[in-house]
Ligand binder design. Structure first.
Ligand code: SF4
Length: 665
């Protein structure tokens, strides 16, 4: 038996170091690597049990071609050579007749290491002149807001939260999405730190909080603005910091002026006293840190809400001390660009927003989309307006390739399915977006079946389509060498010896001590002109919800599903959670079968009454597959394909629904 080092590249902020036992060429045990900081030896159940997925009966083991009607699930095997030839020929034909922009790559973060995404795939689609995909289903509004205010300044490292006196967890459930942060927060609490949780649900951490604000989804913006107003009005704003390090403070104050605690509380469905207690605690505590999560952005006001939350430490003067400031994404420690490393750059073609994939597949013209190439993603389980996505993927005239590890709902609708390696089977480099680290992992096992890596397949397609240029990097080893050449000698050595390198500023930067805004003048811009132009009505403009249904549907992560990646491993059925009072009002019973519906679609599923839900809000987790509900639809069938105010992000939490007892078909 061999014990091999690895690292987890899945879409998760923690990026654990792994230790993998391999016997007779098969994975036997997957555990955490004790010598890696932050993750320090324990990992989530998803990855600990992921050998089951690697060897699952649902694993795609060889290239397959559709033989039955689209969506019928009838496929036949073909060789890699035949599959790649077929794909190259069809892409060439689409390009010749319709132009390159009739081709759309569809991908997100399924296995989003630097060697699996935005390298050879980008070269292929850039040079085909394919439509450019805007990956907006997650992190687009937060990226715009954080970039606009602070130019992506590195945030407080998660392991430093035990230095804070006040920890604010806003729109984030670390018990599901960043499990290593939980013990740090609990340790800080035992040492006397206070905890505030802002979340519509009583999450596990909210149950341990000093203060829980169960805001209605989409109302974080007025909540944050009311605190900003109070800080200014009460003389608790740090005017010295603002005049030395920020621009736009007067404008921000003016825009917050309309939001008294009473008004904000009425909109957010809270008692005004809760807001005052929160503001008073925040003003009085130092170090104080805000963990802003991606739950905040999933609505029409999401970008402005994130901007207002991130403005708080500037207004209250919480920077300059260890454990003080904010954390959003901590991926800015390394600026490694696989696209540049393979000699490519984005083509000046039209952009297609992933949050409106269904609409684009059905309605885009001049030219219409004629071919999609899906990889690192299960869009049927992940994109809003699920019924439109399904309808679009079922178009008879659409040529679709799905390059996947397992038979997802999307793969079953494809024309050609290609078998992809998991991260245990290919080489990977991954920059963490929680802790500060670049991690490297070599393959632990040989590819299962005929699976191939993204790098190998996209490089081969480039070659078959004659898109390579002399002297360019042609394989994953060359790509890795190029990327590593951008590190200093010490970082390269650490990566080789420990599988982990740290950024120049180390792994625990102090904001406004070690790291500063990366804006052009190095100041915080509290009201950036670009964001002000982009947001409808201007930055910090609150847009009320459309009152379509009586209940707000949220679709957060659960420990088993941070994305759809592990949906195939989750046993169903998965119920809709509802407050017992809301169920009783509708004559519904715990464990009964219900129909959840709005104008976009319906989901038939079980009901689970839970006092962790607040009144007026129901919950069905993100990342579910068709198998988890009675009618094969998930929360995304009810989510609109409208866009958030910044970054064109998805508005999953703007879904308004009705729930009634299921009467049968
Ligand atoms: S998914 Fe997250 S918690 Fe689980 S092993 Fe990967 S990095 Fe660690």
């Amino acid at each position: 038996m061999a014990r091999l080092p690895s690292a987890c590249p899945l879409d998760c902020p923690d990026t654990c170091g792994l230790e993998v036992d391999v016997e007779d060429g098969r994975l036997r045990r997957i555990a955490g690597r004790a010598d890696h900081p932050f993750s320090g030896g324990f990992i989530c159940g998803k990855v600990r049990g992921s050998a089951r997925r690697v060897y699952s009966a649902e694993r795609v083991c060889q290239p397959m071609r559709r033989v039955g009607a689209k969506g019928s699930g009838e496929f036949e095997a073909l060789s890699w050579d035949a599959a790649l030839e077929l794909i190259a020929r069809r892409l060439q034909a689409v390009r010749a007749r319709w132009g390159g922009s009739a081709i759309l790559p569809v991908s997100y973060g399924g296995s989003n290491g630097l060697l699996s995404q935005d390298g050879f795939d980008a070269r292929l689609f850039d040079r085909l002149g394919a439509s450019r995909l805007l990956r907006t289903v997650c992190a687009a509004p937060t990226g715009r807001a954080a970039g606009g205010l602070y130019g992506k300044m590195p945030g407080v490292a998660l392991q430093c939260y035990d230095q804070a006196q006040l920890i604010v967890v806003w729109g984030c459930n670390p018990s599901a999405t960043s499990i290593h942060l939980v013990p740090v927060i609990r340790r800080a609490q035992r040492a006397g730190a206070r905890l505030v949780v802002v979340d519509p649900r009583r999450t596990p951490l909210a149950g341990h909080a000093d203060l829980h604000l169960p805001v209605l989804p989409g109302t974080d913006l007025p909540v944050a603005l009311s605190i900003i107003r109070w800080l200014f009005d009460k003389g608790s704003a740090d005017t010295a910091f603002l005049s030395a390090h920020a621009r736009g403070a007067a404008e921000l104050r003016q825009r917050a002026e309309a939001w008294s605690f009473e008004r904000a509380a009425a909109v957010a469905g809270l008692q005004p006293e809760l807001l005052e207690r929160f503001a008073t605690l925040y003003a009085a505590s130092s170090p104080a840190v805000i963990r802003c999560g991606w739950g905040v952005e999933r609505n029409r006001n999401g970008g402005s809400a994130v901007a207002a939350i991130l403005a708080l430490p500037s207004v209250a003067g919480k920077f300059g001390v260890a454990g003080g400031g904010y954390t959003m994404s901590n991926s800015s420690g390394f600026q490694l660009d696989p696209r540049a490393a393979v000699g490519s750059q984005p083509a000046a073609t039209r952009a297609v927003n992933l949050s409106q994939l269904g609409k684009s597949l059905l309605r885009l013209s001049d030219p219409p989309l004629q071919a999609v190439f899906v990889y690192n993603m299960n869009p049927l389980a992940s994109c809003p307006a699920q019924n439109k996505v399904r309808q679009g993927l079922l178009r008879e005239d659409l040529f679709s390739v799905v390059f996947e590890q397992v038979w997802t709902d999307t793969a079953r609708l494809a024309d050609v399915v290609l078998p992809a390696t998991t991260f245990f089977e290919h080489r990977e480099l991954k920059v963490s977006y929680g802790s500060y680290a670049l991690r490297r992992a070599a393959p632990c096992i040989a590819p299962v079946g005929e699976a191939r890596s993204n790098a190998a397949v996209f490089a081969e397609l480039c070659a078959r389509l004659g898109l390579n240029q002399p002297g360019e990097v042609q394989d994953v080893e060359g790509l890795e060498t190029r990327l590593l050449s951008q590190l200093n000698a010490e970082q390269r050595q650490a990566l080789c010896e420990r599988g982990l390198a740290l950024p120049d500023f180390g792994d625990a930067p102090v904001q406004f001590g070690d790291v500063f805004p990366k804006t052009p003048d190095g100041k915080v811009d509290l009201c950036p002109a670009a964001l002000d132009d982009e947001a409808p009505g201007g930055l910090y403009c609150f847009r009320p919800a459309i009152q379509e249904g009586s209940l707000q549907l949220i679709s957060p992560a659960i420990p088993q599903l941070v994305s759809s990646t592990f949906g195939g491993s989750l046993r169903g059925p998965i119920p809709l959670q509802i407050h017992p009072g809301d169920a009783a009002d509708r004559g519904l019973f715990d464990q009964g079968t219900v129909r959840v519906f709005n104008a976009s679609g319906e989901v038939v599923c079980q009901l689970a009454c839970s006092t962790t839900m607040r009144r007026g809000v129901v919950c069905l987790p993100k990342g579910l597959w068709a198998r988890h509900t009675a009618n094969g639809c998930t929360a995304n069938a009810l989510a609109p394909d409208t866009l958030s105010d910044l970054g064109g992000g998805a508005c999953y939490n703007d879904a308004r629904v009705e729930v009634e007892a299921w009467q049968g078909p």
